[in-house]
Design a protein around this ligand. Structure first.
Ligand code: PBG
Length: 328
């Protein structure tokens, strides 16, 4: 028997492993998604996402302080408005839910990086991500009229103090339209983190309850990408890079690591969004004792980072912040 010269297990002893570790999650990697509800007076649990809450605006300052104290630096805000209508007018009101939440967070923790989801699905009565109307294919999301709506939403977020706006509706020309609207409104310092490669995914299921953004007809396959299409997924991010996006995004994260790795070659920072369904699956299996929660969460995040993510948006961020030092 010829003995191997290369013994890989030599490097796997406990004392050596930490110094050879190739990927680490840090506090700076993580973004905390938060749901803010204009109709609430106190926090309300989200049944489809155990451990997650909708918060009233009045609690946002305290939440921001707690997040800062845990070592995290960035939040992503979603709003549930007082009223919904066909044209999502509640999304760009000066005193709308997200606009107020931005001000509360910034008042409490000025250095917190505030990112806002720019989309209409929480604000439309039909639940689609922009303006709908008749097309040759039937009722569908209208691209260019929806762009104008996104411009108004993003400008109102920037004016309320958002550092980064994150358009999530997968419209064509979305980033260049937003960039010129922001620049025209004097917000040239505001970054655009585009949900540049966003798939039409079943894993957004639990979010629909969290953000009250379920749709009343159809689906989102006329604007989000077919999960089967890798080259199309790359092209979508490449186009947004060309239109001036500051940060690209792949969403969902865990099932799309091949796509994430390819998009990271474009050279721009890349965010990965570990979505509500990825969160709920780990939670549900852990609740039944089928997997160990902490290990599964850390593994899921390490793998996303290993594939090339610079930023990870995760509902686990606040849990993980407390574990980081001891676990790695
Ligand atoms: C759109 C938006 C969605 C999510 C983030 N932004 C829903 C959708 O596109 O249908 C999903 C996030 C998640 O599932 O965690 N505003």
């Amino acid at each position: 028997m010829v003995f191997p010269v290369r013994r890989m297990r030599r490097a796997r002893i406990k004392a050596i492993q930490p110094i050879l570790r190739q990927t680490r999650i840090t506090h700076e990697d993580l973004v905390v998604p938060l749901f803010v509800d204009h109709n609430l007076k106190k926090a309300s649990p989200i049944a489809s996402m155990p451990g997650q809450f909708r918060y009233p605006i009045s609690e946002m300052g305290a939440i921001a302080e707690e997040i800062r104290d845990s070592g995290l630096r960035a939040v992503l805000l979603f709003g549930i408005p007082k009223h919904k209508d066909e044209r999502a007018t509640g999304a760009y009101e000066e005193n709308g839910v997200v606009q107020e939440a931005i001000r509360s967070v910034k008042r409490a923790v000025p250095e917190m990086v505030v990112i806002t989801d720019v989309c209409a699905c929480e604000y439309t009565d039909h639940g689609h991500c922009g303006i709908i109307g008749k097309t040759r294919r039937g009722i569908d999301l209208l691209n260019d009229p929806s762009l104008e709506l996104m411009d108004r939403i993003a400008v109102s977020h920037a004016e309320a103090g958002a550092d980064i706006v994150a358009p999530s509706c997968m419209l064509d020309g979305m980033v260049s339209s937003l960039r010129s609207a922001l620049d025209g409104a004097g917000s040239s310092e505001t970054l655009i983190m585009s949900y540049s490669t966003k798939f039409a995914s079943a894993f957004y299921g639990p979010f629909r309850e969290a953000a009250d953004s379920g749709y009343s007809f159809g689906d989102r396959t006329s604007y989000q990408i077919n999960p089967a299409n890798r080259r199309e997924a790359f092209l979508e991010s490449e186009l947004d890079a060309g239109e001036g996006a500051d940060i690209l995004m792949v969403k969902p994260a865990g099932f799309y690591l091949d796509v994430l790795a390819e998009i990271a070659t474009l050279g721009l920072p890349v965010a990965a969004y570990q979505v509500s369904g990825e969160y709920a699956m780990i939670k549900a299996a852990a609740e039944r004792g089928w997997i160990r929660e902490k290990e599964a969460i850390l593994e899921s995040l390490i793998c996303i980072k290993r594939a090339g993510a610079d930023i990870i948006i995760s509902y686990f961020a606040r849990d993980v912040a407390g574990w980081l030092v001891e676990e790695q």
